[in-house]
Design a protein around this ligand. Structure first.
Ligand SMILES: O=C(O)CCC(=O)C(=O)O
Ligand SMILES: [Fe+2]
Length: 334
């Protein structure tokens, strides 16, 4: 079956000032109506190079409790590594449509991997203004190079380099998040699979949109991952829901945006919050983002850490295999 890519629809709508009606959100979702303007609240920005470890733990703990999202600077990944990742991703999405289709996600495949467009019409039968590419980048045993673009030729090296460097950031984050819960520093990482933790890369490509006031990119959701580490391009678009309102997340060049996902909320028995977020689109420019979802192996069972449970603190979440959690979430089952 031929799937209509948003990028193809966008190139047709460029000459018009309208978008197909299935992309027009209801008023209670339209970004022009529901976004708070002006920087009233700002997502915390944390210096990951801070040598005062206790302070770092405290900052990450507070941001994860209060917001479920923060940006990190001084994270140790070179600007060149990030700009190479962005460059090859952009080049891939700028290839002719038929070259991208080579990587299309096979119909009915279990895995997320491949090039695609969300098929199911989302909330109220509406579509999202975005195409994507998914593929694992770590560990080597989880990688299927079939889904890694061969063009541009530097694609593979740029992604390998980023995956390599990302591991240091992942270690630091899990360590601080564990210490923030007053458990051993390796406890959360072990609970999500240790060295078997899977790094799933997604590239979101949001083509220019004639009516960014009416459409949405990725619709409101929480990530089902443990943590998501996201690199945006320079086009503003990520928004978080806080105290009943939608706020823009400020673009900071070379910063990484860290989302707490559902599995960390569950493991922490609700102390850390999985952040509710969405993305908007731009009239003139293509927005792109590179979230890496850190996912437990499918068969691993995840529930609140036993050390956090006692008579006063009963478990607030069920323990489930990650694959069952994902199945229920995707199919909107309890
Ligand atoms: O593009 C963004 O900034 C957010 C994307 C996102 O939330 C997702 O793909 O899960
Ligand atoms: Fe997300």
């Amino acid at each position: 079956m031929e799937v209509e890519r948003v990028q193809a629809i966008a190139s047709l709508s460029q000459r018009m000032d309208t978008i197909p009606s299935e992309f027009i959100r209801s008023e209670n979702e339209q970004p022009a109506i529901t976004t708070v303007h002006g920087t009233i609240l700002e997502v915390p920005v944390i210096d990951l190079g801070n040598r005062d470890e206790e302070k770092l733990v405290q900052l990450i703990r507070d941001a994860s409790q209060e917001w479920g999202i923060f940006q990190v600077v001084n994270h140790g990944i070179g600007n060149d590594v990030i700009s190479n990742l962005q460059k090859v991703g952009k080049e891939f999405f700028e290839l002719p449509q038929e070259e991208k289709e080579v990587y299309a996600k096979p119909a009915g495949a279990q895995s997320m991997e491949g090039y695609g467009t969300k098929l199911q019409k989302e909330v109220e039968g509406k579509k999202a203004w975005v195409d994507h590419l998914f593929h694992n980048i770590w560990p080597p045993s989880a990688i299927n190079h079939y889904f890694w673009p061969k063009n541009p030729p530097a694609y593979r090296e740029a992604n390998e380099e980023y995956a390599e460097k990302l591991q240091g950031v992942v270690e630091k984050l899990f360590k601080s998040l564990s210490l923030g819960l007053e458990v051993e520093e390796g406890e959360l990482k072990d609970a999500v699979g240790g060295e078997d933790l899977i790094y799933l890369m997604k590239i979101n490509y949001y083509p220019p949109c004639p009516r960014p006031d009416l459409a949405l990119g990725v619709v409101p959701h929480t990530d089902m991952s443990t943590i998501t580490i996201l690199v945006p391009n320079e086009v503003q678009g990520l928004q978080v829901f806080k105290d009943d309102h939608w706020y823009d997340v400020k673009y900071i060049p070379n910063a990484l945006i860290i989302h707490i996902g559902d599995q960390i909320e569950i493991l922490s028995n609700g102390k850390y919050k999985s952040v509710f977020h969405r993305s908007t689109v731009n009239k003139e420019m293509a927005r792109m983002s590179w979230p890496v979802f850190l996912e437990p192996p499918p068969e691993l069972e995840i529930g609140p850490l036993p050390k956090l449970i006692n008579e006063e603190n009963p478990p607030k979440y069920k323990t489930k295999k990650y694959k069952d959690y994902a199945y229920c979430k995707l199919n909107k089952l309890p």
